[in-house]
Ligand binder design. Structure first.
Ligand code: ASP
Length: 327
């Protein structure tokens, strides 16, 4: 029996078209087009919801949270949900949804690297692939999935790793969960990481700072002055920082601001390995949390959800550490 899938449109290149001198801009064509898209007919009963039509750099955490809540409510009446989204912030929206959704039904995010009118459009193919994945029995209870370029990724691990290619979405060091072949959907593996923060609120006072050589403590001070509840620092390698930042980090910790160390390196975990001033062990001894292999932009969203739920740095630290793959 054909499954009932809700397709929620939010915008992005998949909903855009090149308009002469204006460049690539949002267009209202996709919603109309999808209503009569013949290839969708045989796959599932698809209803289209024209929710938003914005470039995804306009997406804020609050909007991502509202989208997740919408999915959680709407999915009660469907077998699965597909969300079309801009590629620029897709990994953030999909990850936040993965954290806060209570449903175990399939939820699939997809997008396009090419806008309407381009040669070799990837959008329609990605939509069909996503509807097929959302309709597939093995997609149940896998967390939020991202389908792009005939590949299935988890929201937790996927990153946009290229600015222009159709195979821009990858899960570095891990590879996709499966593929969407013309005949069947094939799952090769499961992800062992499942994290949920079932919250009714988000606290967005979480900043992300990327370490660069010679970085100045003024960015940490700025976060302190602007009432950050947590600061994520994308440190070097295993989680190391220059020692000049230590007084600033200590100042933040003394004010109960949660400091979380992620890595600016593409793959691998941060570890309490180096004991020199500013090294990962030194930071950990000082009270900073090490974020395992979770990337900075996702650590930031997770802390927003945790502060929204617990509103208490001690509980946030406890729950954050518990769910990380850290030592
Ligand atoms: N700038 C676009 C967006 O994220 C890029 C895309 O969708 O591919 O909305």
């Amino acid at each position: 029996m054909k499954k009932n899938i809700l397709l929620i449109m939010t915008g992005g290149t998949i909903s855009m078209r090149k308009m002469g001198n204006l460049g690539v801009v949002p267009s209202s064509e996709l919603a109309e087009f999808l209503k009569q898209f013949p290839q969708l007919e045989g796959v599932a009963n698809v209803e289209v919801m024209d929710y938003l039509n914005i470039p995804s750099p306009y997406m804020s955490p609050e909007m991502m949270f509202s989208l997740a809540k919408l999915i959680d409510t709407k999915i009660l009446a469907y077998d699965g949900v597909v969300v079309t989204h801009g590629t620029d912030t897709l990994e953030e929206s999909a990850f936040l949804a993965d954290l806060v959704l209570t449903t175990r039904k399939p939820v699939v995010f997809t997008a396009a690297m090419r806008s309407g009118g381009d040669l070799g459009l990837d959008g329609p193919r990605n939509i069909i692939g996503s509807v097929r994945v959302a309709s597939h029995p093995e997609s149940f209870d896998k967390g939020v999935l991202v389908v792009m370029n005939d590949e299935i990724h988890t929201a937790r691990d996927v990153v946009k790793s290229d600015t222009g290619k159709v195979d821009a979405f990858t899960s570095p060091g891990l590879g996709p969960l499966g593929i969407v072949d013309p005949d069947i959907v094939v799952y090769h593996r499961n992800s062992l990481y499942r994290e949920n923060v079932w919250t009714e609120a988000l606290d967005t006072r979480v900043d992300l700072i990327k370490a660069v050589s010679g970085i100045d403590g003024k960015y940490i001070d700025c976060s302190i002055d602007h009432d950050a509840r947590a600061i994520v620092i994308e440190a070097f390698g295993r989680g190391n920082l220059p020692k000049d930042l230590i007084p600033h980090i200590k100042k933040a910790l003394s004010r109960d601001i949660v400091i979380v160390i992620a890595s600016r390196t593409h793959t691998g975990r941060v570890l309490p390995e180096y004991g020199y001033e500013g090294g990962g062990k030194n930071l950990s001894d000082m009270g900073a949390i090490l974020a395992g292999d979770l990337k900075g932009i996702k650590v930031r969203l997770k802390l927003m959800a945790l502060f929204g739920k617990y509103n208490d740095p001690v509980l946030v630290k406890r729950f954050f550490s518990q769910s990380q793959n850290q030592v």
